[in-house]
Design a protein around this ligand. Structure first.
Ligand code: ADP
Length: 244
């Protein structure tokens, strides 16, 4: 039998070309974000130094002191935003991923060591299931767990935080959940919080809104998915999958 495959071959080639073009655009964007945020730091340092000079020169003038105070606050905030943007643009670049077999139990232990003080300060309890070995970038996994657990501490309710790391599995993937008894997230906001600089809280809770965007980038670069489940009252459950 004779089957004409010319059309299919042409479609396959077009698809491959689109994939390559997308990859290139993605890499360019990554480089752009990195360069932009890196170069933004320099002029900011100049603003900060001159604001400090002005503050010193006009320290007896009430208005001038107040205005220079606003400049310094703005500069500090911009600095934090740029630093987080830099972290975001560095994370998850597939060329930088160091994937190897690692123990998620070890990752959690490392992360809890980093958060020890905060866990203690808020009298939080952290429990966990038995955690598997996965093929992943260890530093990024620590960052992922740390962002989620530190959010559970930060967005706590008036009860002492109870954080549970739960692990389920099916044939193809592990499903990890970080559950808390915090303030919860209303369903209509549950998608947007994974976007860059997206926050539901004001300045009263420190943060730039990049933590969950970083989590999403890490999970997706490991071929997984991440989402949150919450009824907006009784805590949240941040869930992500990692392929076996
Ligand atoms: P940040 O904490 O810097 O604001 P994130 O990207 O980590 O940034 O989180 C985005 C927003 O999602 C937060 O501002 C907060 O409103 C909400 N959020 C994140 N984690 C939780 C949580 N465990 N419980 C309730 N709300 C959360």
């Amino acid at each position: 039998a004779f089957v004409d495959v010319t059309e299919r071959k042409r479609a396959e080639r077009a698809l491959e070309q689109s994939v390559q073009a997308l990859k290139k655009v993605n890499e360019e964007l990554q480089q752009f974000a990195y360069a932009a945020s890196h170069d933004l730091q320099e002029p900011l340092r100049t603003i900060a130094s001159y604001a400090q000079l002005l503050a010193r020169k006009y320290k007896d003038d009430h208005d001038a002191s107040e205005y220079t105070g606003f400049i310094v606050d703005g500069v500090n905030r911009m600095n934090t935003l740029i630093r987080d943007l830099l972290t975001y643009s560095r994370v998850g670049a597939s060329t930088q991923l160091k994937r190897r077999p690692i123990s998620l139990a070890g990752v959690l232990q490392w992360c809890l060591l980093n958060l020890e003080r905060s866990v203690h300060e808020h009298k939080a309890t952290v429990t966990h299931d038995e955690l598997p070995e996965v093929i992943a970038d260890e530093v990024q996994m620590v960052q992922l767990f740390q962002n989620l657990i530190s959010n559970s501490l930060k967005y706590r309710s008036d009860q002492p935080p109870l954080i549970q790391v739960v692990c389920e599995e099916n044939d193809n993937e592990y499903l990890i959940s970080v559950r808390d008894n915090g303030v919860g997230i209303e369903p209509q906001y549950q998608k947007q919080i994974f976007g860059v600089f997206k926050r539901l809280h004001g300045r009263d809770v420190p943060g730039t809104g990049i933590g969950l965007a970083i989590c999403r980038k890490i999970v997706e670069s490991h071929d997984g998915r991440i989402w949150v489940e919450s009824d907006g009252k009784n805590g949240s459950s941040f869930r992500f999958s990692l392929p076996k």
